[in-house]
Write a protein that binds this ligand. Structure first.
Ligand code: PAF
Length: 284
């Protein structure tokens, strides 16, 4: 496995990788969720590139950029074991040199849900991923459904800007007890982790009720809000929106939907979601 920390070095190493190229962009602090994306990319492509870059442009001024976990040595070992061929590890001044002044904004999809609570977040994500796609030039890029809104934003960007690659969405990877895997889970104390389980538990309950025929958004949202409110320190949102474009349902759920939650347990922000589709057995 090779590593490159400049654009020129990445391009030189990437040019030697012939055939289809899978790409897994990450911010490091890798866990089984990332490794699942990498293994799938390795299976589906001739070669796989990963990137490890904690992107300052997607963190707000009061967010956890400074304390975001950085575990590069261990991450590189995990990438190698997963079968990755090349890892891009740029510093911030490589991605954003002096004078940097161009941003990508996916307007409508970036507004609701996390966009409401993290102004500028998806602009930062779309900008860095656009740059990474231009640098790496992958055939396919792999993302987890846990960041459902991020995937929608990036798929829209790829479509709108005619980028020649496919966005592949992979199911959320969960701990045995249901907690969605996240680099931020390591901030949780044992008691906070216990309380955080309410998120996956109530999303599973919403899905159960939906599968039994419940279509009333107000009812499903109210069961989420009361369960989450009892355990979380702050519930930012608990919403059900159309899966295709994140718009609201004016009446009963009549199309594939996303039930999505975000909020704080202690000082840790957690997000999770499930998809609600009429066919059984398809969970995020
Ligand atoms: O999902 C993430 O880890 C980040 O948002 C991404 C896609 C690597 C962009 O910085």
């Amino acid at each position: 496995m090779k590593t490159a920390s400049t654009v020129a070095a990445l391009r030189k190493a990437r040019a030697r990788l012939k055939g289809t190229l899978g790409f897994v962009p990450t911010m490091g602090a890798l866990h089984e969720g990332h490794l699942t994306l990498m293994r799938r990319s390795v299976r589906e492509n001739g070669h796989t590139v990963a990137s490890i870059f904690v992107n300052p442009r997607q963190f707000g001024p009061s967010e956890d950029l400074a304390k975001y976990p950085r575990t590069l040595k261990e991450d590189l070992k995990l990438c190698r074991e997963a079968g990755v061929d090349l890892v891009f590890t740029p510093d911030a001044d490589v991605m954003y040199p002096d004078g940097f002044d161009t941003f990508v904004e996916v307007e409508r999809l970036s507004r609701p849900l996390c966009g409401e609570f993290r102004p500028g977040h998806f602009r930062g994500v779309a900008t860095v991923v656009c740059k990474l796609f231009n640098i790496v030039q992958p055939s396919r890029a792999y993302f987890g459904q846990k960041d459902a809104q991020q995937v929608l934003v990036l798929a829209r960007m790829v479509e709108d800007l005619n980028m020649p690659l496919k966005v592949v969405t992979c199911p959320t990877v969960r701990e045995k007890d249901g907690l969605a895997m996240s680099s931020r889970n390591r901030y949780l104390s044992p008691s906070e982790r216990e309380r955080a389980l309410v998120i996956s538990r109530i999303l599973a309950e919403v899905k159960r009720q939906f599968d039994k025929g419940e279509r009333d958004v107000g009812h499903l949202v109210s069961i989420m809000e009361s369960a989450l409110g009892a355990e979380m320190d702050e519930v930012q949102y608990a919403e059900i929106r159309r899966l295709a474009d994140l718009t609201e349902f004016p009446g009963p759920i009549d199309a594939p939907a996303l039930a999505a939650v975000a909020g704080y347990v202690g000082t840790t922000r957690l997000i999770d979601n499930v998809t609600l589709t009429p066919s059984r057995g398809r969970n995020a």
